[in-house]
Write a protein that binds this ligand. Sequence first.
Ligand code: DAS
Length: 362
Amino acid sequence: MNPNKRFSRFAALLVCSAFIGAAQAEDVSAPAKLPNVVILATGGTIAGTGASTTTTIGYTAAKLGVDKMIEGVPELKKAANVRGEQVAQIASESMTNEVWLKLAKRVNELLAQKDVDGVVITHGTDTIEETAYFLDLTVKSKKPVVIVGSMRPSTAISADGPINLYNAVLLAGSKDAAGKGVLVALNDQINAGRDVSKVNTSTSDTFKTPDLGFLGYMQDNKPHFYRLPVRKHTADTEFDVSKLDKLPQVDIVYGYANMNRVALDAQIAAGAQGVVQAGVGDGSMAAQMLPAFREARQKGVVVVRSSRVGSGIVARNGEVNDDKEDFVVSDTLNAQRARILLMLALTKTNDSKKIQQMFYTY
Ligand code: DAS
């Protein structure tokens, strides 16, 4: 090759590598690009206000709007580019299927957008575990969805809402949180939406995952994960709520010594398509209740045996012959979560064998 040509090719290479080097240097000096996180507010104590700074019960939940909550934590700007939307403004004991459907549809719309990296949902603590599981089964994305609440109102001394919201936004903006299902983050701990429960009426460490444990910690402005959920969730779900504007009626019958069939009969008469028993022990069914559940099943109502106990497996054919009665068992889902899976299952089938498989899948 002509020496002049070789030189000019070498010179061109030098110039290109100089540009690449400068660009990389620029990247190194440029501030890290912040993730885009949308906060969907639904109410709860995290948006609550009390009469005084020492009012930690007897306050009013669902008072502050989402923009006020964001203004109250200026540090959020260091964690992500955040913007807020008010989906509802309720104390979560009043959560409804309609709000769930609206929330799931909005989360899916947002996460389908390239410029949204994660979603935070601010929520009352009373039914966080139910909303978390409903979204675990209906969000069609691997992007992080983090649900957060607080146990003290924003006006209280040592309010836990601001730090919980800050951590939730960091988590929702973190690539490490992707693909792990819906997460519930309070009190510096990261719980799986499928397994977490509120176990204390009022303390700030109330969210626990009995036996199975939480997934990791929020510490030093970032998540630290140590476990992963193994059941199907979010992007792998078979449930699609995009065209649903209501959910099948499913109710829960609480089990206790000397119980009677009045509540169950009333639920069936009112049109329940499914019923979950929060039974004693491993979902045991009192002798006087078996005929009532059997009649319900014969009317086409899907019966799920769950437990009031709070942890452990409810397995088939324990103290009830589920094969003979054609009942479904909830595996490790407590009654309130079994109700959610059964509602979604009934949007697809009322075949008890297919529904049982869903309880072993999600
Ligand atoms: N009533 C409770 C709720 O809205 C308050 C709270 O703890 O968030 O769930």
